[in-house]
Design a protein. Structure first.
Length: 456
């Protein structure tokens, strides 16, 4: 038996609770230090920062002021123009065989449907391969739906093959005559949040409206398809290309003791998708590399200069118009030694890879020894940096160190409305900073040549 307090007594008891306790219970977790200040500030004061937008421009100004305030030198904004994309109104529903609303988002570089929507038969394909096998012209006037559910992996490796549904599926559907395409989101969550992201139109493909539905909605569509009843969709996706829009990088340095030595480059990307506030993708990365660069020089200048790159237009820069490409064009003649990138959220670093030449085995051993006490262990496999440093790595054949974060939950949040500050754990964010600091203290103080090779 549960004894209930009289209402008056209950209200009196609640009133006796300290007001501060009530506030504390409702206040989300708070971190401290440089990294937390960057993530919190960028997501609170700027928020979503889609490439080419006024918000991305404000983010560049914010970054410029923040890096100067933190004591970086040679801080500058390096503008460029890019062909990007802007979102418009979007909604969708199944109209047959059952009436069902769908949680949908347009994919970057989708073209708009007619203003009053696109209503068409929807044809189910279980995989991208099944869509590729469809006869030419068989989808004329129809909307393709491609399933192909992504699975979790600690290293995030599933994003490559499953993400291809988003990257190339729309072009394939267009080449089969489709009037539009809808895909299962490239994500691992079961929330009713669709995942956005850019598609890449193949040469000769005529762009069509392209969207992604949440995983629960994809499950619904798959169940209906199994019943063998024709499906019909009514969707409105009004996003459209935004050619020649302004973007830009923000670059800053912590000068080293020997300016004649090639620099160490650490990078992140400043832009984000517009559904969330870009906390894990990639405000966290900018916070990590910036805080680590400062921590590496806390007790005095490192031997080499450490340069920080906050890149623009990473999310839609696959057409060669991203900030990484612009950086290589601007700085390709300046000697670099190593390039590193953080763009995988803020969960714990658990592995390290490098592509050092055999002559740099001792350097790799120093890095591994510095990380070992943190439980971060070396792994074989390619170390490639990422989109923000890929162009300069290719141009100068640079050495690379990759610090691999735990990706088991990253694709629950990636490119969704859930990419917000509350998903960043201050403790794991700081673990990233500590790991990056340990590596930078080693490589930025290495006096000898650091050369590209085959790695571990």
């Amino acid at each position: 038996m549960v004894r209930k307090l009289p209402r008056a007594a209950l209200l009196a008891a609640l009133a006796a609770l300290p007001f501060t306790a009530t506030i504390a219970a409702a206040t989300p977790q708070q971190g401290s230090g440089v990294a937390w200040d960057i993530v919190e500030g960028l997501t609170t004061e700027i928020g979503p920062r889609i490439a080419g937008s006024e918000a991305e421009a404000r983010a560049r100004a914010w970054a410029d002021a923040k890096l100067k305030a933190l004591g970086f030198s040679n801080v500058k904004i390096e503008p460029f123009k890019a062909n990007v994309w802007q979102r418009g109104p979007e909604h969708a529903k199944l109209t047959a065989p059952y009436q069902q609303p769908l949680a949908i988002t347009a994919l970057g570089f989708s073209v708009p449907t007619p203003a009053d929507g696109l209503t068409a038969e929807m044809v189910y394909f279980p995989t991208l391969a099944a869509l590729e096998a469809a006869p030419a012209g068989s989808l004329k006037g129809k909307v393709a739906f491609v399933d192909h559910a992504m699975r979790r992996a600690q290293d995030g490796s599933g994003y490559g093959p499953y993400g291809n549904v988003r990257r190339s599926g729309p072009s394939i559907a267009a080449q089969k005559g489709a009037a539009g395409i809808v895909i299962r989101s490239a994500g691992t969550d079961s929330h009713r949040n669709p995942h956005t992201g850019a598609t890449v139109w193949a040469e000769g493909a005529t762009p069509i409206p392209a969207g992604a539905v949440s995983n629960p909605d994809a499950d619904l569509i798959a169940r209906i398809a199994q019943r063998g009843k024709p499906m019909q969709i009514d969707m409105t996706l009004m996003g459209k290309p935004n050619p020649g829009a302004p973007s830009g990088n923000v670059v800053a340095e912590l000068p080293g003791r020997d300016p004649s030595l090639p620099i160490v480059l650490v990078a992140c990307h400043l832009d984000s998708w517009d559904l969330g506030t870009g906390a894990i993708d990639d405000a966290s990365g900018c916070a990590i590399v910036t805080a680590a660069a400062l921590a590496a020089q806390k007790d005095g200048k490192t031997l080499r200069t450490i340069r920080v790159l906050w890149s623009g237009n990473e999310e839609m820069g696959m057409n060669g118009q991203g900030g990484g490409t612009h950086y290589a064009e601007m700085h390709g003649d300046e000697p670099h030694a190593v390039a590193m990138e953080s763009d995988f959220g803020a969960d714990n670093v658990w592995q390290v890879k490098n592509n050092f030449a055999p002559a740099n085995k001792a350097l790799a051993d120093k890095i591994n020894a510095a990380l070992w006490p943190m439980g971060i262990v070396p792994h074989a496999g390619p170390a490639d940096g990422g989109a923000d440093v890929g162009a300069i790595i290719a141009k100068q054949k640079l050495a690379v160190v990759d610090l691999g974060q735990d990706g088991m939950h990253y694709f629950d949040l990636h490119h969704t409305p859930d990419d917000t500050l509350d998903k960043v754990d201050p403790a794991t964010l700081q673990q990233n900073v500590d790991a990056w600091t340990a590596v930078l203290k080693v490589i930025a103080n290495e006096p000898g040549e650091i050369a590209e090779g085959v790695g571990e």
